[in-house]
Design a protein around this ligand. Structure first.
Ligand code: NAP
Length: 326
């Protein structure tokens, strides 16, 4: 089954996820969708110093929004923040340092942001990684792909719900990957202890499936916030070059630019028309698309999803830090 799924997925990718796929899909885009003034609205973007995240931060800053760039490396973050500020001429571009793979830091960061009294309209969970050797943090015992792509995202999103709920038409956007189409949710091996041999590409695809399931479940849990997940296509970014060197070598002439990869993310963050779609959907090139390949047996049951979400909550609980007021 996995050979069938992978083959069908790759053929689909060649047609839809490449630069050619973007060029073809973009003929239907409405330029007026991005003709918005978002002055006064506030956007938080994780992994905003590079690739798709940086392009998105810049596009939002150019439209006048307040941008909170969440980056793990102080130097790379500061350089990116300055570049975004200079190119957009927007003075409301802020930098926050956070390694999202560190759950205690995620909890502390969220708490500090909330106590600062700043509003938040849109949260963009963009930071992501594909670590090809199974790596477990000595600090908290968590496998790195899981802690970055799934647990950190869940903790940040859950912590920000009360803040987002205070705003009209608030949104959460998850940058997932079409790679998730080859995986069924597996909530019984969150840290890939039973994956033998360990395969970073499949661990990443599993995390990206988890993000789609999380988005669908958040949409049901929090009807006052609009949730969506999206696939950028195959875009030329540092992550693709460093984590998938063979794929990059084969595909480099056919990859989208980072801006093209960011297009649907920017559209989901800015366009008013997003609210005409149900919450919880998965988007590709500004359209909702299926979260499953035909005949791929990747659908999970409600019980499997509930158990998965409960496990995330239970692991998160271990890392919550005490509030300074308590
Ligand atoms: N490019 C594609 O073809 C493609 C396809 C499907 C999905 N995606 C998704 O798109 C998103 C953006 O990736 P990209 O392609 O734009 O790659 P990128 O340019 O390498 O960006 C990844 C960003 O995530 C940050 N990040 C990674 N681990 C982090 C951590 N522990 N804490 C905080 N930030 C962290 C990186 O920070 P550093 O600079 O410090 O490493 C970087 O800013 C990812 O979620 C990726 O899975 C990309």
């Amino acid at each position: 089954m996995s050979f069938f799924r992978n083959t069908v997925w790759f053929i689909k990718g060649l047609k839809e996820y490449t630069k050619g796929g973007y060029t073809s899909a973009s003929k239907d885009f409405k330029a007026s969708d991005l003709d918005v003034d978002i002055t006064g609205r506030s956007y938080m973007i994780t992994g905003a110093n590079s690739g798709i995240g940086k392009c998105t931060a810049l596009a939002i800053a150019k439209k006048g929004g307040t941008v909170h760039m969440v980056c793990r490396d102080p130097k790379r973050g500061a350089e990116a923040r300055q570049a975004v500020e200079e190119e957009s001429q927007n003075q409301n571009v802020k930098l926050h340092i956070l390694d999202i793979s560190k759950p205690r830091d995620v909890a502390r960061f969220a708490q500090n942001f909330i106590s600062s009294g700043k509003p938040l309209n849109v949260l963009i969970n963009n930071a992501g990684c594909m670590v090809n050797t199974r790596t477990v943090s000595s600090e908290d015992g968590l496998e790195r792909n899981f802690s970055t792509n799934t647990l950190g995202v869940h903790m940040l999103t859950s912590a920000m719900i009360p803040l987002l709920s205070k705003q009209e038409k608030s949104r959460v956007i998850m940058v997932t990957s079409g790679g998730m189409l080859v995986q069924k949710l597996n909530g019984s091996d969150l840290q890939f202890e039973k994956m033998n041999p360990f395969d970073g590409t499949m661990a990443y695809a599993q995390n990206k499936r988890q993000q789609v399931v999380m988005t669908e479940n958040y949409a049901k849990m929090y009807p006052n916030i609009h949730f969506s997940s999206m696939h950028p296509g195959w875009a030329d970014t540092p992550a693709v070059r460093s984590s998938m060197p063979d794929f990059y070598e084969k595909m480099k002439t056919r990859l989208r630019t980072a801006e093209e990869g960011a297009d649907t993310l920017v559209w989901l963050a800015l366009s008013e028309s997003v609210h005409t779609f149900d919450s919880g959907l998965f988007f590709q090139d500004r359209k909702p698309v299926s979260t499953h390949l035909p005949l791929a047996w990747t659908r999970s049951t409600k019980e499997e999803e509930t158990t998965f979400m409960e496990k995330l909550d239970s692991i998160s609980q271990q890392f919550l830090v005490e509030s300074p007021d308590s």
